[in-house]
Design a protein around this ligand. Sequence first.
Ligand SMILES: N[C@@H](CCC(=O)N[C@@H](CS)C(=O)NCC(=O)O)C(=O)O
Length: 258
Amino acid sequence: MIKFYELVSSLNSKCFFSPNTWKTRMCLLHKGVQFETIPVTLLDVRGDLANRSNKPDIYVPAIELPDGQFIYDSFHIAEWLENTYPDQPSLFTGDGQSTNKSHLGHITMGKNYARMIDLGLGASKPEWAVWFDLFFPQLDQLISDEKLSNYFRSDARHGPQGYQKLMSLDRQDLIRRAKMNIQPLVQILQERPNEYFQGKHPGLVDYVIFGRYAYCRMLDSQLAKQIWEDQGEELSIWIDKLSKAYDGHALKIFQNSH
Ligand SMILES: N[C@@H](CCC(=O)N[C@@H](CS)C(=O)NCC(=O)O)C(=O)O
C-alpha cells in the first residue's frame, strides 16, 4: 500500500495542520487510492525521512510507493496520480470524466489554473501571504515536545529574532487581510452557485483551497469560521460538501483532531 507522510506536532497527534499535505490527502481520495498515513514531525522530515528516502531536501507531503520509491511535492504527486490512475476522474478537468476520456487541452488548462492557485492562495510565504503569520501562535502552542519546540522557535528557522517578531504581529490586521484573501473565492462561488472551483466536480484547485481551510480549521476552528464560513453562504456550502466527500473523510479528521 502507498505510504502517505503526514506532518504532526507529535507522533500520537491527529491534528493534521499542514495545508500542503491536505492537498495530497484529497487527491489520493479523489483517485480512489488506498493509503496508509505515516505521521512525521518537522524533525523527522529532516532526519529519518531524509535519510530513508536518500533525499536530503525532501519535504512533506511525500508518498512512498510499495517499491520504495519516494515522490514529493503535492503538485508533482497530483501529476503522478493523474497519469497513474487514468481510469479515475481527472484531477484537472472538473467535469467528472476520467483522465483517459479527457482532451489533453482541457487537462492542461485545468492544470495551469491549479498551478496558479497553488502558487498564489495555496502558498504560505510569510513575505506576502498572511496565513503562516496569522496562525503562528496557534501552531507554536500545538508543539509541546521541548526539542521540537526549540527547533520550531529557532533563529535557524525564522531568522534573527524571527520568533519574537512573528509573535508580536498585529493579529487584527492579519485577520482583516486573511478575510480579504477569501473575498475572490466567495465571489467566484456566487457567480457559479453550487459548483466547485475546478468545475461541476472538484479538482486540485478545490483541494489546494480546502487545504488552506483545513489548516485554519485544525489550528483554530473559531477563527477559521470567522474567516471562511461567515463570509458567505456559498463558501460555507462548498466547505460542507468537501468535508463530507469521500465518506466524510475530512469531517472525521476535524472531529477527532483533539
Ligand atoms: N510546494 C510544496 C510545499 C511543501 C512544504 O512546504 N512542506 C512543509 C510542511 S507544510 C515541510 O515539509 N517543511 C519541512 C521543513 O520545513 O523542514 C508542496 O506543495 O508540496
